[in-house]
Structure formats: C-alpha cells, structure tokens
Design a protein around this ligand. Structure first.
Ligand code: ADP
Ligand code: ZN
Ligand code: ZN
Length: 694
C-alpha cells in the first residue's frame, strides 16, 4: 500500500519548480514531518507538506520515488510554521522548498538519522527544564508602568516608540516575565538586528530567567550550536529565543510573544535568496499564531510610524497601537546637539577647532568620546594629480579603497586587492595621494590633533578604532568593546557599527564628522536612515545620568555639516523624531512613495549591460495585459548604482502599485513570464519585494 505525499525540498536555484514534489511512502506521514528523500542522484532533507489522494495528473507516466527515511524522534513542524513559510515563499516570490529548507538549521541536512537520535538523547539527558522563575527586578518608572499596562490589556501589534535609554529592554523583559507567569509553557521570540548586540541582550535575559530557559539563534553560531538552539526551541524546552532576522523562522510550538527591537534597522531585511523582512514576517506570524507582537525603536521606520498613527477627526488610526516612552531612565537628558557649520571653517578642515577642544576637555575629565564616519579604510580613492589617474577597480564600477595599514588597494565590492603602486600606473608620477578619508585616516589625524592631551592620571590618551577591518577576527569586537566599557579607551573612532545599541556608560560626547552625503542621495530612504543613525549615535552619549551628574557635564552630540539649515538637522537638534517623520511622510505622500505605495525590484545580472536591460525590457513588454484593471506601474530598466561588480553588469527595474494586493497578484502572474524571457546571457535574476534600497 502506498501513501502519496507532497514534500518540500531544496530545488536547484532557478528551476521553474516553485512548489513541493510528489513522493510515496509505505506508511502515512504527518504533515510537517522531516524526511530524507531522493532528488536526482542525491538524498536530501525534505519537509512533508501534505498528504495527497494520489499522484497528480502532472505526475502521469513519471516514476514517483519513495521516501528514503524519516527523522525519528522529532515532532512534526506545526501547521502554523508551514503556513508562515508558504506565505513567505509566495510573498517574496521564491520556491517553497528553498524558503522551508533555509529556515531549518543547516546541520539537520547533514546528520544521519542515527546521529540525530543520539543528539536528541543527549540533549534530553541535560535534564527536565524547570519552569523559569524570574528573579526580582528593578521597579518600573511611571512611563514604563503605563506602557506595560497598556501592552498587557490590548492586543496590538504594538509600536513602542521609546527614546534611547528610556528602558525599552526592561519592557521586553517584563512582557516575557508576565507571559511566563501566566502560561509557564509559553515561548517568546526576541529579535535584535545585529549579532554583536545579542551577547549583551542574552546576558540580561539570562540574568532574569536563568540560562536553561534562554537560547540564541544567529549566523555567528557554529552549526552544532545552531542545531542545539533550534532543537530546544522546537521541543519547547527553550522558553525564550533571542536572535537575528533568521530567528523569525524558528520552530516554536508555543509562541505567544514576538519582540522586534530596533525595528527600523535595515538588517532585518535579508539581502539574498528569499529577500524577506523579518519585521514584516513577525507581524504576519504574530497574527497567524495569536502571539502578541511588540516592535520597539527610538526612530521607528516610517512604515511602522505610519501604521501606528492615531485616529484624527474622520481619519481612522493605523493598525498598530503606539506606545510612547519619552524620558530617559533616571531623568538623564538627551545629548545637546551642536551643529558646526563647515562653510565657516578653513578649507579642508576635518575636525573643527571647537570639536577638538571639546574632545580634549572630555578626556581631561576622564570621560569618553566617540567619533563616527561611515567609511572604513584610509581613503576612498588614491589619486594622481598630474594625469588624473584614480584607483578604479578593474572589475567594478567603483574605486578601490586605500588601506594604509597593509598598503593595499582593496575593492569593497569584489574584494580585488593589490599592493599600492609605488608610482602612478599611467604616468609614473611618484606623488600619488589619498583623496577623502575613511576611519583609518580619521584615527591617524585625530591622534595628531590630540597628541598633547593627557588623561586625568597623566597618561597619554588612548584612541581605538572599531570597524569591519579591526573586527575581522573572531572575538575581536568583544574584546575591543570590553576595553571601552573598562575605560581603557578615551576616544572611540568607528563606523556605524559603534553607533548602534551598545550600552556605553561613560561616553559623554558623540561626533558625526561628515554625514552630508545622505542628504542629497538618490535613495529616497537615505534621510530616514541618516536621521535614525544620528539619533542612535546620540543615544550612546550620556546614558548614565548618575555618571554625568557626578561629572557635572551635560552630554553632547556634535554634527559637522555644510548644510546646518537642513530641516533634518533642525529636527535632530530638538530630538524631534515625530516632526522629522511628519515632514518625510508628507513628502512621500506627495510623491506616492512607500508607505503610500508598494514596490518590487527586479534585478538582473549579465555579461553586458544590454543583455541585463534587454531581459528586463522584454519581460516588461510581455507583462502587458497581465495587470488587468489593477494599478501597476512598470518603470524602465536602469543600471544599478554600482553598475558592474566583479565584471558582471547589473540592471534593475522598479514595479510600483498603490495596492499591496494588486502588486502581489501582478508579481505572481508575471513570475512565469520572467522565467520564459530570461535567456542564457542573463546569469542571475531575482525579485526583491519591498526593497529597502532602490
Ligand atoms: P533602551 O532599551 O530603551 O535603550 P534600556 O532598557 O537598556 O533602555 O535601559 C537603559 C538602562 O536603564 C539599563 O541599564 C537598564 O538596566 C536601566 N533601567 C531600565 N529600567 C529601569 C528602571 N525602571 N529603574 C532603574 N533602571 C532601569
Ligand atoms: Zn598619473
Ligand atoms: Zn571590484
């Protein structure tokens, strides 16, 4: 006797098969079961999707292969989990099997059934898990108490709009605590944008709930660690899962609460494969599973801000409930914002004299300062003034960055690296010079400017740099951050890596030396990102009110700009996110941009720009009539901002609609057309739904 099953497997990239495949089995299998099945010459992991009455007509005449084995001892994945995966695959235009398999820990693919059984026995041997009892915690302040009360009494989804240092994390902890007190078997998922923010959060959760109840899930873990966390979540032993965007797919049979911290952060958007937004999927999953969803940020995404607008007059409010915490814990003030008009500075000034003086004073008092610049390396370009040569990458439409430390030119797009030439490769001029500056040069320059400065103990000052270059080695970031926390560093120089999330206690001055680029970017989201980055960076200053009071110094955020009159800086000066958001939303509304419209990008890669654009053009023409009465706008194909990377030409095409549902209908109908129009010249193509950068 045979049972017919549809099973999700990882089909090869670009195969036109979007759904699960049909297999047979000698015995019935519950949907959600994990199995091994033959695929071509290999045996692969699969998820039983559903039981079929018999082979479908499309299988006629085909040999339907039998399931090779079942992963014993693992409870089937839940119907909700499968539903979320199905939704994500359909919404983000990817094959079901790809999304399903990518959502499982990689090691599940490699372990034999026997190995898995051993693992499960061992993990079970770790002992029955006690229901976590939270240890007593600090008393909430009024704003926190009010916020928590509203959260407990309503359904959400919620947007917690809370200033940096207002005690949002404490709200997350209390929400989990209340949940587990009510339902000891329940599970909570807490997401953060960056791996390097997980240790600090993990420590706070473990302190509150004990280590047995808490697991982490992120890409910085080894495969065995990930499998262990995943099994603990799937089996229910882990009450609390902390993770990055991938954790949104964790199997959690008793999920009741989802927290998305720093919900505005772009890293919640996956940038390859299925380009999902973990924040948006969290909202979907919450509704599906009946779990409360709490998004938190000091600078919410304009989407979430718009969704949480209060009702006004006849206008109904948004779908989210907005909760506000404006004050900082302990009454600490937000940093005073000081704009330096760079038009009034001598030409080529990097650090204005006033800023250098302010940093010097902070150090002399034993405080710390943080300087950030969103560009790593020494200088973005090397340049010959005689003939105009610049350090272009031969493989990309981009310059190679000069790294002084090892005297290399490195392409940050394709990785192509060479020793710095002794002389100009075109004219032989020996005097080639760096143009512009990155963090490495900034650090060097600052060290010169502050050379005579002493700490209160008479020791010379210490400058540390934190960016992708200094943190390449495992553990490097942790040890560098530890030095900052321990007060061994006086000035911290770095990229946006240092601006996010970290709970620095002694930093009282933060400076952005050159943020102007984003003001006039072609990307309409650039001002939103800049504003939130500056607010986040400012949030690193003066976090410890007692410390600031002790020193009698107010914290400061310095911004050097050629456009001090820009409305963005005006809102920043007043720490007025709502004003900034209102102004941006008005512009977006007038221009019909998100969140008032919905977008998708089709990206194509080919040997030539003509081939990449040609494919998009054909697909565009073949789309005629597909939209029916739906309002769909197809824009012409254009080269991507960085048009060529590693000798591959890249083009993209924007699709837009005022209706999300209409855009979804169109994309689904268009997908087979894209498959059909693609020719051999096109090496890759992909659809990016709700893209973050266009
Ligand atoms: P946010 O996440 O909003 O930046 P946190 O939750 O990290 O803020 O809180 C900032 C600091 O204040 C943390 O060190 C936290 O332990 C502390 N804190 C939070 N709530 C309280 C409270 N009610 N009383 C005293 N300290 C608090
Ligand atoms: Zn030259
Ligand atoms: Zn390159």
């Amino acid at each position: 006797m045979s049972f017919w099953l549809s099973i999700a497997v990882q089909t090869p990239a670009h195969s036109a098969i979007a759904g699960p495949l049909t297999y047979r089995s000698e015995f019935p299998l519950t949907p959600g079961s994990l199995v091994r099945v033959p695929l071509g010459q290999r045996e692969v992991l699969g998820v039983v999707w559903q039981a079929l009455d018999g082979p479908g007509p499309e299988q006629a005449g085909r040999d339907i292969r039998p399931v090779a084995g079942v992963l014993e001892g693992l409870a089937p994945l839940s119907a909700n989990w499968k539903q979320m995966v199905s939704f994500a695959a359909a919404y983000y235009q990817r094959a079901l099997g790809e999304v399903a398999l990518a959502a499982l820990p990689p090691q599940l693919r490699d372990l034999s059934t026997a190995q898995l059984a051993r693992r499960l026995r061992r993990d079970a041997g770790a002992g029955p898990v006690e229901p976590p009892v939270a240890t007593d915690s600090i008393a909430l302040n009024d704003e926190q108490a009010r916020t928590l009360a509203t959260f407990e009494s309503e359904n959400g989804p919620f947007l917690l709009f809370g200033a940096t240092g207002s005690g949002k994390t404490e709200i997350y902890l209390r929400a989990v605590q209340a949940l587990l007190a009510r339902e000891p078997e329940a599970q909570a998922l807490v997401m953060v944008p960056e791996i390097n923010l997980t240790p600090q959060l993990e420590a706070r959760f473990i302190e509150r709930f004990g280590s047995a109840a808490v697991v982490s899930l992120h890409s910085g873990m080894t495969n065995p660690q990930r499998l262990r966390s995943w099994l603990a979540a799937h089996g229910g032993a882990a009450r609390i899962v902390l993770g990055t965007r991938m954790a949104v797919f964790a199997s959690m049979p008793a999920l009741r609460l989802i927290v998305v911290d720093e919900e505005h952060d772009p890293s919640y958007k996956q940038q390859e494969g299925a380009r999902y937004s973990a924040r948006d999927l969290a909202i979907y999953r919450g509704r599906l599973e009946g779990a409360k969803v709490l998004l938190g940020s000091a600078t919410p995404s304009l989407e979430s801000w718009h969704h949480s607008r209060p009702a006004a007059g006849d206008e109904p409010g948004g779908r989210y409930r907005r909760l506000t915490m404006a004050g900082r814990i302990g009454g600490g003030a937000l940093p005073r914002v000081r704009l330096v008009d760079m038009n009034l500075q001598p030409r080529k000034t990097v650090f204005s004299a006033a800023l250098v003086e302010a940093i010097t004073q902070r150090i002399a008092r034993g405080e710390q300062a943080m300087v950030f610049l969103n560009r790593r390396g020494y200088a973005p370009v090397l340049h010959c003034a005689d003939c105009g040569w610049k350090s272009e990458c031969p493989h990309c439409s981009a310059y190679r960055v000069f790294h002084k430390i090892d005297r290399t030119l490195r392409c940050h797009h394709c990785g192509f690296t060479q020793r710095v030439p002794r002389a100009c490769p075109d004219c032989g001029n020996l005097d080639i010079a760096p143009l512009g500056r990155g963090t490495e040069r900034l650090e060097e320059h600052l060290a010169e400017l502050l050379a005579g400065t002493r700490r209160p103990d008479g020791q010379p000052l210490r400058i540390a740099r934190i960016d992708a270059d200094t943190t390449r080695l495992k553990g490097a970031l942790e040890s560098q951050l530890a030095q900052v926390h321990a007060g061994e560093v006086d000035v911290l120089v770095g990229t946006q890596m240092i601006a996010k999330g970290h709970d620095f206690r002694r930093i009282t001055l933060v400076a952005a030396v050159n943020p102007d680029g984003a003001l006039f970017s072609s990307d309409f989201r650039a001002p939103e990102r800049l504003f939130s980055l500056l607010m986040q960076a400012g949030g690193r200053a003066g976090r410890d009110a007692d410390y600031a009071r002790l020193n009698g110094s107010a914290s400061e955020m310095w911004v050097q700009t050629f456009h001090p009159q820009h409305p963005l800086f005006d809102a920043l000066r007043r720490h007025d996110y709502p004003a900034f958001a209102a102004q941006q939303l008005q512009e977006r509304g007038q221009a019909g941009m998100p969140p008032f419209s919905f977008q998708a990008l089709v990206r194509a890669e080919a040997r030539t720009q003509e081939a990449a654009q040609g494919f998009l053009q054909r697909a565009s023409e073949a789309a005629a009539g597909l939209a029916g009465a739906d309002p769909i706008t197809l824009y012409p194909p254009v080269p991507m901002t960085i048009q060529r990377v590693a000798n591959i030409e890249r083009a993209q095409m924007l699709v837009e609609s005022p209706s999300r549902a209409a855009l979804q209908r169109f994309l689904a109908a268009w997908h087979p057309v894209l498959h059909a129009e693609r020719d051999r010249a096109v090496t890759r193509w992909a659809v990016d739904v709700d893209p973050l950068a266009i």
